[in-house]
Design a protein around this ligand. Sequence first.
Ligand code: 5RP
Length: 262
Amino acid sequence: MSAKPNPIDMAKYVSARRAVDYVQDGMRVGLGTGSTAAWMVRCLGEMIREDGLRITGVPTSTRTADLARQCGVPVATLEDAKWLDLTIDGADEFDADLNLIKGGGGALLQEKIVATASDMTVIITDPSKEVASLGAFPLPVEVIPFGWQTTKALIEESLIGQDVDGRAVTLRLASQLPFRTDEGNLILDLHLRRIGNPRQLSLLLNQIPGVVENGLFLDIADVVICGRQDGTVEVRDVNHGTVTEETVDISGGENIFGSIAD
Ligand SMILES: O=C(CO)[C@H](O)[C@H](O)COP(=O)(O)O
């Protein structure tokens, strides 16, 4: 049995399919987390099976590691790989400067470490993720469980006087229990609505004891690919200063859609 993906999945698939063009034989590739990154992992699995591609994948979460193994993508830890050629990951928001909010899936810490340890980071998105200013998506902040209420209060205090439009901070829950990251930490979501100065905010948050990392990814993306359900993409390349419109060859995608629908 195979099924057609819905339009949003189609846009995510198209973006992922374009992104794997950056993958070359022998590369060490950081594997992001989330539904868009999952399409990329499935595409890599297909390239390994069909084209004999040889790569080592470094997953950014246990979820992605499980999927990579299912898809036949060899996985290694960052300790083993040490440095990566390329990371491909999704995002919750991106702005005109290709700064991002990430961490909607709770994997921001490993995602930031892996992307920072990569020669190149390609972000795969769809049009719903593009914003004029970051902040409509609640900013995830990973905190250690010890004294987390105190850390939350310190974050709330630090937001006073910041150029933001909202200041509510909530503990992320999953099935009515505190959500735990792969490191066993908690996530506080900052409902800021608009972040006027992402750089200042990122520095401020990371200075607070108990904060492990925040979901602002600044100057990390080299390329942002925005996929559309009609099979076209916009590719923005920071280093080359280019924005290109392309049509992606999505033939063969039925194999992937079939394999997840079975
Ligand atoms: O940062 C992330 C996980 O921590 C994801 O990249 C982000 O949440 C986007 O997810 P999706 O592709 O499912 O929309």
